[in-house]
Design a protein around this ligand. Structure first.
Ligand code: KG4
Ligand code: ZN
Length: 368
């Protein structure tokens, strides 16, 4: 039995392709963090299929919640509130988590606290770094979002930069597919880039006039596609030969040539693309931190687990004298521990949702 002073949150996350539940103690301590990943299922289709994601969530959610409670060695009686992601995300996927959370809250007579998914990603840093407190600047880079956020308080945010087109993770996934690495692209580009030359091909960095902290990745993605096409034409290849490599093969190491004339390989293209993304993310984050006088920078979201981004940020922060925070990879990608942490801060500040809570696929950060 937990000490009565402790606040325990049961949190549920189902906004995309992870069915997750966690029990968090006083916001930052993980008692359990259960993640059922659907990745293998969606890999067959080269990306997340929303209908399949919802169906799998409904199949797994009760089991995942029960495992989270059992692993934490608590029962619903010990829980103070139920936290749940209610947006943004895939509507059918979100609905499963929201319906589950409402049913549990009603049956157990516990308060319900809806959480913004991005607020959860940011909160992952509190789980990792017990000493971290606002204010700080956070770069949120996931499959669906690329935001530079002023974190002014635990529930107070201001977005000062955003992407004009693709999210960073989306660009990773699309380029990975184009060079034949398959889904999910980010971790595969990250891995294969380790053997590539990041200066093999110079890809463009977008500058958006009048929006110094905004991002754009579609031009970069097109530049990679154009480069691949030109290589294909030089070799007299037609169809999609260059894109359809056998990459489910675990032995695939990216050494395959893209351009036999110059010796550029799949790994070189991956590393050069990754360098362009990292360069844009690091330079804009650092200049915003300087302009607004922040001392602390955090990164969050699935792409924050990218090894080149972590390294690039680390070097830049050391050079410029910023304190850098990032969560371990398991807390960067979707999980319910981060939702439980965000729900805790919402709960203690008085946020409560009614049984009419609905999924909001395009929920804005800071909206209630
Ligand atoms: O935060 P997340 O799990 O889900 C969303 O809220 O979108 O992020 C998933 C995204 C995917 O696009 C995935 O390719 C990317 O994060 N990602 C990475 C890495 N691990 C995951 N991107 C680059 N490098 C990685 N190591
Ligand atoms: Zn996410």
């Amino acid at each position: 039995m937990e000490d009565r002073k402790d606040v325990l949150i049961l949190a549920i996350e189902s906004s995309c392709d992870e069915t997750a539940a966690a029990v968090m103690k006083n916001g930052r301590e993980i008692l359990s963090n259960i993640i059922y990943s659907q990745i293998d299922l969606h890999t067959l289709y080269g990306g997340v299929v929303p209908e399949i994601a919802s169906r799998k969530h409904i199949e797994k959610i009760n089991q995942v919640v029960k495992t989270a409670l059992d692993t934490a060695q608590v029962t619903l009686d010990d829980i103070d509130a139920i936290g749940v992601t209610y947006g943004p995300g895939l509507v059918g996927a979100l609905l499963v988590g929201v319906a589950e959370a409402k049913a549990i809250a009603y049956a157990a007579g516990k308060p319900l606290v809806g959480v913004h998914h991005i607020e959860g990603h940011i909160a992952a840093n509190y789980v990792e770094h017990k000493e971290l407190e606002p204010p700080y600047l956070c770069l949120v880079v996931s499959g669906g979002h690329t935001h530079l956020v002023k974190v002014k308080g635990y529930s107070e945010y201001e977005i000062i930069g955003r992407t004009h087109d693709d999210a960073a993770g989306e660009a990773f996934d699309k380029v990975a597919r184009a060079i034949g690495l398959g889904y999910p692209g980010g971790p595969k580009v990250d891995k294969v880039s380790k053997t590539g030359r990041k200066d093999a091909v110079t890809f463009p960095r977008a500058h958006i006039e009048g929006c110094p902290y905004d991002f754009s990745f579609s031009g970069l993605k097109s530049a990679v596609l154009n480069y691949l096409n030109s290589c294909r034409m030089k070799q007299g290849l037609d169809g999609n030969e260059i894109y359809s490599r056998k990459t489910d093969n675990p032995e695939f190491d990216g050494n395959e040539l893209i351009d036999p004339e110059t010796g550029v390989t799949v790994a070189d293209v991956a590393a050069s693309f990754q360098e362009a993304v990292v360069d844009a993310l690091v330079s804009k984050t650092i200049s915003a931190a300087k302009d607004f006088g922040y001392k602390k920078i955090a990164i969050a979201g699935g792409v924050a687990s990218n090894s080149a981004l972590r390294e690039g940020m680390k070097l830049a922060c050391e050079k410029e004298g910023f304190e850098l925070y990032y969560p371990k990879p398991l807390l960067c990608t979707d999980n319910a521990a981060m939702i439980g942490c965000a729900a805790y801060y919402e709960y203690i500040s008085g946020t409560r949702h009614g049984y009419d809570l609905n999924a909001v696929p395009n929920l804005k950060l800071g909206e209630r």
